[in-house]
Design a protein around this ligand. Structure first.
Ligand SMILES: [Zn+2]
Length: 371
């Protein structure tokens, strides 16, 4: 005989689903929870009485006659996630609701180069508290902080000191993985069962999504595209990882440095992108080369994993089209023909927000898993 889960478990699960989905009718909620409508109606009645939920009149659908359906929403102001990016040049902090609405976004110059990321906990906590105050978001609405970093395991052994300062759980995640999660939940990866996300805007990395979930690998390093060898190890340039000929060393640490080599001068990212927007042939050729260089290991990855799509960082602006062309050509040329025919190469839809929304998606997933 099948036993139903205890009422408290159902309550937690329904609240988590509503937080993620926004307003839902009782029927939609029951459908999403996979529970009988009568069970859901009973639990919802209790949650309305205890003021955990409110009812709102949902948008009338024009073809429907009669009373518009009433939708359920969480009572009170929406809960908030803080997503912090640690990277050369400083800290970027964004507050967003669990539904993915960005409330505020600020950057502060803090030198992160060569510093132990643990030493950035104090400035991160101070910046977070100031941002909450300025945005008039009470601390009780903050549910979690997500730190996006280049190599989580290698750099941050414990986020406990930061948790103590801010009083909420701190999740540390690889930045390319966050981009992948963002595109999966809110962008070009929606509805795709499997895809490879390629981060290029600031540093090189990949995130793998399979069965709708992030694949981190046995030791948490899955998708380290930056350290795939694209040159003979013997003669390639030495990399921070100790290897030679890594993609990251061949491309360079940033887009502007990669393009700067073709110009023998240092260009800002904005200058590079405006040259690309002007259809400057030299810049476009450099970006197509970048796409081909990144595309080569991606072609092998596609042959081995057969993903539905490769989703490329949407923050490249005018540099995007030539990079996409380079990647597409190289996959067509080097991946197994059946795989090359089926795999789509898509531009990310979230631009600069991919990692932020990935942080929101990570917190949502954890709250659903825990419910
Ligand atoms: Zn390397």
């Amino acid at each position: 005989m099948q036993t139903s889960p205890p009422a408290r478990t159902i309550q937690r699960h329904l609240l988590a689903l509503l937080e993620v989905s926004g307003p839902l009718t009782r029927a939609e909620l029951a459908d999403l929870a996979g529970l009988p409508p009568t069970t859901v109606a009973g639990v919802v009645k209790g949650l309305l009485r205890s003021r955990h939920l409110d009812e709102v009149v949902s948008e009338p659908r024009s073809h429907q006659a009669g009373r518009p359906p009433r939708a359920l929403v969480l009572a009170g102001p929406p809960r908030v996630v803080a997503v912090v990016g640690l990277r050369d040049g400083g800290l970027r902090l964004t507050l967003a609701t669990a539904a993915g609405e960005v409330l505020t976004d600020r950057s502060e110059a803090v030198s992160t180069r060569g510093r132990d990321p643990g030493s950035l906990f104090a400035p991160t906590a101070a910046m977070l508290l100031a941002t909450l105050r300025d945005a008039e978001v009470s601390r009780s609405r903050l549910v979690a902080v997500v730190l996006g970093v280049a190599h989580p395991q290698a750099q941050i052994h414990s986020a406990a000191p930061l948790e103590e300062r801010v009083g909420v759980p701190v999740l540390v995640e690889n930045d390319a993985n966050l981009g992948a999660l963002g595109e999966a939940a809110f962008g070009a990866g929606r509805g795709l069962d499997s895809f490879v996300y390629v981060m290029l805007g600031h540093g090189v990395g990949a995130g793998l999504v399979f069965g709708g979930r992030l694949h981190r690998g046995a030791s948490g390093f899955a998708g380290e595209l930056a350290h795939v060898h694209v040159r003979e190890q013997g003669d390639g340039p030495l990399c921070v990882c100790g290897g030679r000929g890594c993609l990251a060393r061949v491309i360079g640490p940033s887009l502007s440095e990669f393009v700067g080599r073709a110009y023998a001068e240092r260009l800002s990212v904005a200058q590079v992108l405006s040259l690309a927007a002007d259809q400057e042939p030299g810049v476009r050729r450099v970006f197509a080369d970048l796409g081909r260089t990144v595309g080569r290991p991606l072609a092998d990855l596609c042959t081995m994993l057969d993903p539905a799509a490769v989703v490329v960082d949407g923050s490249l602006g005018a540099a995007g089209p030539p990079v996409m062309t380079g990647i597409r050509e190289t996959i067509d040329r080097h991946a197994a023909p059946a795989v090359a025919d089926s795999v789509q190469v898509l531009t990310g839809e979230l631009g600069e927000l991919a990692e932020v929304l990935g942080g929101v998606a990570l917190v949502r997933q954890r709250s659903l898993d825990a419910s």
